[in-house]
Design a protein around this ligand. Structure first.
Ligand SMILES: *Cc1c(COP(=O)(O)O)cnc(C)c1O
Length: 408
């Protein structure tokens, strides 16, 4: 038997079924008219943002990193909960605009912004998080051509990394940001070139469950930002301090200690150096805001035995849940939190392999999991599906098409 990851708090049992936002899984599937289905819960988005606001000093803004979940209804709902939006493409810009989000609340990072993307962002008044000297020069030229001063922050590649981070995005040679020692010269050139100076973006890592690592990274970020502001010789209107807060996916993972992070940040922001005293501060979070609010529901299509092993074959799979299958940056495959949604809360009685419908042995949702008995027609739930699911999986692979999505 192999354990499954911890099911996030906030889900209930209703008539022997998993309930999301107070509604039974089978009822949600009936409303969507199809499986597989991603369900995202407004109540869980609300509570996550509320917890964050309660823990962080009021001075720290909360930005949503759209790439975690760009479902239009999710973006529109987040517009009422967070302060800013971080995007990484013109496609995400269009989604934010369609949701009616003021471009002044949007910043655009990403190492390969095309001229067309830069122009769309500059014309709209979005802040560019500039990733290189070359990109800065292109932005100034495009701004001059269309008669708009580009709003520009510089993304810094710091010399430190967040320890214990699942995905390192700073430190050493990186395709992201500008090496810290070259930032002051670039910032001065951009300001002299007519850009509207917006400050710095320092992102140090992702999916960290260690409060100590986040506290240390934030201290380093504030220190570096102050040094760079001094060297630039201009105050920072804004500092995007990055995020990095992770969520528990696997057995043994524990939630990040938000209270400690908030307390440390309160302490630290009380005595900021003068050069940062007027700076608007924000954190940018994707997975932490939306990951636990999503559940992926797939239907059992077949139940079969092979050499004494029971397989529950579903109509879902890695084409919607690449990360849960263990093929998105994992070394050892472990089970995501999962359950039989239509037997939720029932006693587990058997060990099963829950697999997807693709013709590849990589398509596994849970290995050797101890579950209540499920038959053809039952629904399987994979939790922590609100981030990097639907759009971070190869939905064109094998032609089954994308899953339905629903905000409840
Ligand atoms: C991906 C990304 C994020 C979001 O990361 P999460 O782990 O989902 O919080 C934030 N900022 C930048 C620059 C990113 O590339």
């Amino acid at each position: 038997m192999k354990p499954v990851g911890p099911i996030p708090p906030g889900f209930a049992v209703l008539d022997g079924e998993l309930a999301i936002g107070g509604r039974k899984a089978s009822e949600l599937v009936a409303e969507a008219g199809t499986t597989p289905l991603f369900v995202y819960s407004r109540a869980m988005l609300d509570s996550r943002v509320a917890e964050l606001r309660a823990a962080l000093p009021a001075r720290i803004g909360v930005n949503y990193a759209v790439k975690a979940n760009p479902h239009p209804a999710v973006i529109a709902y987040m517009a009422g909960l967070v302060d800013g939006f971080d995007i990484a493409s013109a496609g995400e810009l269009a989604l934010c605009r369609e949701a009616g989000i003021d471009p002044a609340r949007i910043s655009f990072a990403g190492p390969g912004k095309s001229d067309a993307e830069l122009e769309a962002a500059i014309a709209a008044g979005v802040t560019l998080n500039c990733e290189s000297e070359g990109e800065g020069a292109r932005a100034l030229a495009i701004g001059a051509r269309i008669g708009r001063a580009p709003r520009i922050a510089v993304r810094v590649n710091p010399s430190f990394v967040m320890t214990g981070s699942g995905m390192k995005m700073g430190g050493g040679a990186k395709q992201f940001g500008v090496d810290a020692e070259r930032v002051p010269a670039l910032a001065r050139e951009l300001i002299a070139g007519g850009a509207e100076w917006r400050g710095l973006h320092i992102f140090t890592g992702s999916q960290t469950l260690s409060a100590d690592a986040i506290i240390e990274a934030q201290a380093n970020v504030l220190k570096l930002a102050a040094e760079l502001a001094d060297a630039i010789g201009a105050p920072l209107p804004k500092l995007n301090m990055g995020g990095g807060l992770g969520i528990p996916y696997f057995p043994g993972d524990t939630p990040v200690d938000l209270a400690r992070i908030g307390a440390a940040l309160t302490e630290r922001t009380r005595d900021l150096p003068p050069v940062l005293s007027q700076t608007e501060l924000c954190m940018e979070l994707g997975r932490y805001l939306v990951g636990e609010a999503g559940v992926y529901l797939a239907r059992v299509i077949d139940r079969k035995e092979s050499h004494g092993v029971t397989f529950l074959v579903t109509d879902g799979g890695l084409h919607h849940q690449l990360a849960a299958s263990g093929n998105f940056g994992t070394v050892v495959r472990r089970n995501y939190p999962s359950a039989i949604a239509t037997r939720y809360g029932a006693e587990p009685t058997e060990e099963v392999n829950i697999v997807g419908c693709l013709c590849t042995p990589l398509d596994r949702l849970a290995d050797n999991a101890f579950m209540p008995r499920a038959d053809v027609g039952d629904l399987v739930a994979v939790f922590c599906a609100g981030a990097y699911g639907a759009t971070a999986s190869p939905s064109a692979f094998l032609g089954h098409g994308p899953a339905a999505e629903m905000l409840v």
